[in-house]
Design a protein around this ligand. Structure first.
Ligand code: HAH
Length: 333
């Protein structure tokens, strides 16, 4: 594909009748990628700045500085904001689960803390955040257990999930609330996520959507599995958001660290993959209302540190200098 940076259409504009195009940002990318973000994205998500540990590091201390700055950037540019995340087993400070004696608190105390946190955060941005990941990654990857072990679960019980949705719904009844997870397209995990969400719906929990993280790579998951996952989640009568899309150039088991740039073969495969997943997103645009990348351009990605520390990755549609890659042209409708 030839690159035509000057003629590149705005990605969010060409998709505006179908779904929002989002990017996860942090204070560094918000500064460095300003022009790119303004031109191609109409939704923003905080990569870290709205997580529990950042916003509420101590019981009596909230810090909204970075989150407010993101909101201001988005609102100045007429961009929407997608919230991430309220209740998760990671990036949650230890104080949440402990009493003054250092011992685990009881269920009532923990649910009270969850409710205060959710009311403070969701309430602060009421009417300004169109969707929140109310609960992130609660399903177990392996084994027969539906839910993963976590202090939320061991202290509050399995219905901590429903409670998170309830509290968020009290704080902003118009906000769309999502259950968000990874490996969402692998059949075994897909069925667990399906069961969880089906149970939540049966219990009249205010859940409005499933977030498919979509941390994918050049080889996996297969297109048929992605399609099947979309259909399965859509069959619950819920909205679908693609919440954390990136297309790693490495297979998950590939731990090589010697590449200075993506190979020609990687670029070709990435173009094909992006073309086919966006064709799929267009096909299911009646259900998919938002497609957020977990970053914007190849100069910054969390994949530079995961799963191999310090290994560069190139997972996006824009290169390290913010120029549209071949894959950019291939996702246009
Ligand atoms: C996501 N987890 C998280 O939702 C997001 O908040 C974080 O910034 C990056 C990725 C994906 C994930 C994980 O946490 C553990 C294993 C595999 C994938």
């Amino acid at each position: 594909m030839t690159e035509k940076p000057d003629e590149a259409p705005s990605l969010c504009r060409v998709y505006e009748d179908r779904f929002r195009i989002g990017a996860a940002v942090n204070p560094w990318t918000l500064a460095k990628q300003q022009a790119l973000l303004r031109r191609h994205f109409n939704s923003l998500t905080a990569e870290n700045e709205m997580k529990f540990e950042r916003i509420h590091p101590l019981e009596d201390r909230y810090d909204f500085t970075a989150a407010d700055a993101l909101m201001a950037f988005a609102e100045e540019g007429g961009m929407a904001v997608r919230g991430h995340t309220l209740v998760w087993h990671n990036q949650t400070p230890a104080w949440v689960f402990k009493g003054p004696d250092g011992e685990p608190v009881d269920r009532t105390t923990l649910l009270g803390r969850m409710r205060s946190h959710i009311h403070a955060v969701v309430g602060r941005y009421k009417g300004r955040i169109y969707a929140w990941d109310a609960v992130n990654e609660a399903v177990a990857d392996e084994g027969d257990d539906l839910l993963r072990e976590s202090p939320w679960r061991s202290i509050a019980g399995d219905d901590y999930i429903g409670k998170a949705f309830e509290y968020a719904h009290e704080a902003d009844p118009d906000c769309r609330l999502f259950y968000n997870d990874y490996n969402e397209s692998f059949p075994a995990k897909r069925e667990k996520i399906y069961r969880l969400v089906e149970e939540l719906k049966r219990d009249n929990v205010p859940i409005h959507g499933v977030g498919m993280q979509a941390h994918w790579n050049l080889f996996s998951p297969g297109l048929d599995d992605i399609r099947e996952a979309i259909e399965r989640y859509a069959s619950l009568g819920l909205e679908i958001h693609i919440t954390e899309l990136d297309m790693s150039v490495f297979a998950f088991e590939d731990r090589r660290t010697d590449l200075q740039r993506p190979t020609e073969e990687m670029q070709r495969l990435q173009e094909e993959r992006y073309a086919s997943v966006f064709a799929l997103f267009r096909e299911y645009a009646a259900y998919i209302k938002s497609v957020t990348f977990w970053g914007a351009a190849d100069d910054y990605t969390w994949l530079d540190g995961f799963p191999v520390k310090g290994r560069k990755n190139w997972p996006f549609l824009f290169d390290e200098l913010h120029r549209p890659k071949g894959a950019f042209w291939d996702v246009l409708p």
